[in-house]
Design a protein around this ligand. Structure first.
Ligand code: ATP
Length: 611
């Protein structure tokens, strides 16, 4: 397919906010693409050239993109910049100037040619790479048509944002095959094992449902992490899963470790052709599937020394400890290790221990379908403990297999008295369900005085400018929401204006400044009365504690319009869910927007608090 044809579709997607329409449009594109094009086009639609978990960045600021345009079209800087200020959208400005050169309106430039050029642009590094990037982009701008140029430059600028999530793409792949979304569960299951949207699209096109069913983990592609259900007594746990393994719930951060004894190659990847770009043989991924290898050199070294395997994927919770006393540190201190700078210094100051608790893959064998007890047995063999275990960085999380509720309660109390968050009970014959919150793991946390025991992970949608004291932070209140899976929308549950420390307001401000957008993203469903002064991309996740979930007409979570008997043509509101006395617990930098609490979970919590 030509890039110009894709651009016409992108324009249609950009102008609709109907999820169904976007799904249909994407399906139509996918149907028209061939096997070689589909995966790469999916990346381009996400404004990328590699899957989300791969680090490649374009490294092109607006200034460089302007330079490339001036070079491509031989324009005068001043008039270009004046016009760009008036339009306020660099993509549209480039399009306008480009359309003034009809002789350059070439529409026969293929998607693959554009993709390959952008990949070269993204991977250029070292001396002279800035000039090379500008030249590659200038060459592209010169050769494509005006509408294409609008979208092309949004890719290196990082502002492609078409307002649909990975889930909508999965629905579209189902539509591509069957004209409805009935295949979404099968496609999504495969995506949870290999959350590389381009790869999944290619397999769906090439091998259909059969191919999707045979997808297995791949070293260096993170597996979506399994999550725990919640219960609040030993009795409920035993009733649910019977005799089970109980471990402490460590309050650190989760890591998924990928290890291969040989060096990394890009074999089998869509983006193959690139040389070994990374000489490490360990990769660490966070809950949000971010590659955080560079942040934890101590864990990387420990994996090389303490893991006995040719290839392994395993998970654990990393937690800071005091080397003098051997005591574990509270989350607020451990979290200081999550940083981009001064890594060596902090590594010394706050060393980590990794409590391994899951084995997912070992020496070519996929363990996802293997029962927990067996996975655990293999995990114990993989972690090498020689002599004094206190000297190891990686330890296998201790556990006790318990037959009754009393024992669970005892272990729970013991964990709480040690300052831990609670316990996690694991079903002995449970499999590992990537990406799912299921009953194979059950968390039992300290119950609080409030009616809801658990916290809610919310997405920050936007904020209002500050008045009064908080003018100095430039922020008065921020709007948060949860995820409505059915509609693929973020729906609101609270606007929070109090209870943050100065430090927290500052952090929120700094984070927000990176993700501002001009208008309300189409994925946000917000009542008129709750609209924000500043809108943010779906990036910042915060953990919120509240006293109660109530009903409120001003929030859109679970708010429904239903027909009434008396006035069948008209509709009447069922109010939404709102959080009472919401307060910030912590920033969840380790979570992605699709990791936030779902509307269904809020509904369950609402139902439960009455009982
Ligand atoms: P929470 O907010 O309650 O920490 P979460 O939303 O981060 O939970 P859940 O799946 O609900 O994620 O809770 C499980 C989390 O607990 C895991 O992601 C992991 O980080 C952490 N954890 C700590 N100790 C363990 C353990 N022994 N086994 C499994 N997970 C553990």
């Amino acid at each position: 397919m030509y890039f110009s044809q894709l651009a016409v579709y992108i324009e249609k997607i950009e102008t609709t906010s109907s999820r169904l329409e976007i799904t249909r449009l994407l399906a139509e594109i996918f149907r028209r693409l061939n096997i070689k094009e589909i995966g790469k086009t999916v990346y381009l639609l996400q404004g990328r050239v590699v899957p989300l978990f791969e680090k490649t960045e374009f490294g092109m600021a607006e200034k460089m993109v302007v330079k490339a345009t001036l070079l491509a079209l031989n324009l005068e800087r001043k008039s270009f910049e004046t016009r760009n200020k008036q339009i306020g959208d660099l993509g549209k400005t480039v399009e306008e100037f480009k359309s003034q050169f009809p002789s350059l309106e070439k529409k026969d430039f293929s998607i693959l040619e554009v993709y390959n050029a952008l990949l070269r642009l993204a991977t250029a590094s070292g001396e002279g790479s800035q000039d090379l990037k500008i030249n590659i982009l200038a060459d592209l701008i010169r050769r494509i048509d005006s509408l294409s140029s609008r979208y092309l430059i949004r890719i290196p600028l990082g502002v492609m944002r078409l307002g649909f999530s990975d889930m909508t793409v999965l629905d579209s792949l189902s539509w591509m095959l069957k004209q409805d979304k009935s295949l979404r569960p099968i496609i999504e299951k495969a995506y949870h094992v290999r959350p590389d949207l381009g790869f999944i699209a290619q397999i769906t096109k090439q091998k259909g449902v059969k191919g999707l069913k045979t997808i297995v983990p791949e070293i260096y592609t993170p597996i979506l992490m399994m999550r725990a259900e919640r219960l609040s007594s030993g009795k409920e746990i035993i009733e649910k899963i019977g005799r089970c393994a109980v471990q402490s719930k460590y309050d650190g951060f989760r890591l998924q470790i990928h290890y291969r004894k040989s060096k990394i190659s890009t074999r089998g990847k869509l983006t193959s052709g690139r040389k070994n770009q990374n000489e490490e043989n360990v990769k660490l991924f966070s809950r949000s599937l971010e590659d955080v290898t560079y942040m934890y050199p101590d864990i990387v070294e420990a994996v090389k020394k303490e893991v006995k395997a040719t290839e392994a994927i395993f998970e654990g919770e990393a937690i800071g400890f005091n080397p003098q006393t051997g005591e574990f540190l509270p989350f607020q201190e451990t979290v200081q290790r999550k940083r981009k700078y001064n890594i060596a210094e902090k590594t010394k100051e706050i060393p980590l221990k990794l409590f391994a608790f899951e084995l997912l893959y070992l020496n070519g064998i996929n363990y996802l379908q293997t029962i927990y007890a067996k996975r655990r047995e293999m995990l114990r063999k993989v972690i090498k403990i020689s002599g004094d275990s206190a000297k190891n960085t990686i330890l296998v999380a201790e556990e006790e297999v318990v037959p009754n509720e009393k024992k669970i309660e005892l272990l729970f109390n013991d964990a709480i008295s040690k300052g831990l968050e609670g316990i996690i009970a694991k079903k002995l014959d449970g499999i590992y369900q990537p990406g799912a919150r299921g009953w194979n793991w059950i968390k039992f946390k300290r119950s609080y005085a409030s009616k809801i025991n658990d916290t809610i992970d919310c997405l920050v949608l936007g904020y209002d400018l500050g008045r009064g004291k908080r003018t100095s932070f430039g922020m008065g209140a921020f709007l948060v929401g949860v995820y409505d899976e059915k509609e693929d929308k973020f729906v609101t549950v609270a606007k929070i204006g109090t209870g943050l420390t100065d430090e927290e307001w500052k952090k929120l401000k700094v984070q927000s400044s990176k993700f501002k957008v001009q208008k309300q993203p189409s994925q946000y469903s917000v009542d008129k009365g709750m609209e924000c002064d500043v809108w943010l991309m779906p990036k910042i996740v915060v953990e919120i504690k509240a006293d109660e979930i109530t009903r409120s007409p001003v929030h859109t979570a679970g708010r429904r319009l239903r027909p009434t008997k008396t006035r069948s043509a008209l509709e009447v509101d069922i109010p939404g869910f709102a959080l009472r006395f919401p307060r910030l617990q912590k920033f969840r930098d380790d979570k992605r927007s699709d990791d936030v609490t779902t509307l269904i979970e809020v509904e369950k919590m609402y139902a439960k608090q009455g009982s």
